[in-house]
Design a protein around this ligand. Structure first.
Ligand code: 5GP
Ligand code: ZN
Length: 113
């Protein structure tokens, strides 16, 4: 069975999609940790940052640029936001389909932890 993010990409599982192009999709995280919590995901299944190859350079860069675009869409580009890749179990990665977390929308400045 395809991974849950591949299922979302293939429209076999529901998600609140906020951005989509030929290579990348972005949808709302099901358990948001902030007022805005979006996952930016390449449509091609790659397990994690650890599996990125030199040939994926453009795709990896696009993830950041799409995150930036979605931040604008949600009007958090001015207030600021976090972009996070969790890598591997030790890095907090639960879903083994590479994704970039776009997190923001707090009322005040995010408190550093
Ligand atoms: P990770 O810990 O792997 O970096 O992040 C996985 C994220 O995916 C978590 O924040 C989790 O809430 C989210 N997530 C897991 N399953 C689903 C799902 O079926 N739909 C959506 N929209 N988000 C999911
Ligand atoms: Zn997948």
């Amino acid at each position: 069975m395809a991974c849950i993010f591949c299922q979302i990409i293939n429209k076999e599982a529901p998600a609140e999609i906020v951005y989509e192009d030929e290579k990348i999709i972005a949808f709302k995280d099901i358990h948001p940790v902030a007022p805005v919590h979006i996952l930016v995901v390449p449509k091609r299944h790659i397990d994690s940052v650890e599996d990125l190859k030199e040939k994926d350079r453009e795709l990896a860069g696009r993830l950041i640029l799409v995150a930036k675009e979605v931040a604008q869409q949600f009007s958090i580009n001015k207030s600021g936001y976090k972009l996070v890749f969790n890598v591997g179990r030790g890095g907090g990665q639960i879903i083994d389909h590479i994704h970039l977390h776009l997190i923001g929308g707090w009322k005040k400045n995010a408190i550093r932890s």
